[in-house]
Write a protein that binds this ligand. Sequence first.
Ligand SMILES: [Zn+2]
Length: 316
Amino acid sequence: MLNFGELPFIFSAPDLDRLAIHRHDDVQYAAQLADSTTRFVPVCGDQNVLRGDGITPLILDVISAQSLIAEAHCVVLLGNFQGQTYLALGLSNGIALSGDTLTLTNLRPQFGKLDHGTLTLLGYARAMVHWHLQNRYCGKCGAPTHSRHAGHELHCSRCGNILYPRVNPAIIVLVTREGRCLLGRQLSGNRYSTLAGFVEPGESLEATVRREVQEETNIRVACMQYRASQPWPYPASLMLGFHALAENTDTHCNDGELAEARWFSRADIIQGLRNNRLTLSTPQSISYWLLREWFEETGEFTLGNFNPVDTHDARS
Ligand SMILES: [Zn+2]
């Protein structure tokens, strides 16, 4: 049995100390901004910044970041990672950074290239900067909002409205029945993955699992079990992973979100991977681990023996 609590899913390295208790200490925050050991993670628009080699993130020291801090639309305390304190710098898309050739990108192409800690830091920076960009004006009165508490609150100075960063919960589920698992193929591409969908207002996680599986595949599920979670910063989701047992096997893509819903035995998966007709999610994703846990529970096979490293989308 895999131990999910010890597995570093993508964007969820456990050794980032968010320093939450320091966010309300304005004096310490100001000192941290000027500290020579502090490092800054620039985010331009909605995108992370890599150096010219395309795989090294641009991380700035306090001297390099000084002029950018004044131009940034937000500065956010991320926390301490491996003994160093990091802050995110929210910059406009057109801002000039350094003489180096830089690449503005989302992080999907970096899965499998950057380590979990770096991806966690960059994903967190991107999520916080995106939140600032999306909440520049108060939703109640329309006045500009102002950042406070190290970038973790936005405050409306006209009506006093306070905004906090939020995440959107989504379920992701591997459905199984009698030695087979149910995977869905998206409308584009050849990737088969677990089923997923957002939790709606007023809905429990269990109800979301039942609804999403029925909508996407016509399968009724029961006996669901929560397994683990993975953040997804595009833009601000938390995927809550489940296993569930199916009550029927006749699939139909009711809502048109999937091109196909199909049952796979372990032998089907092995054959599909061997002849390159089956592509799975990246091995760092919760989707892959949900599949792997079921795949390996008989003790006969190890999924990694059949699946080549995949560096694409970790959501599905
Ligand atoms: Zn307001």
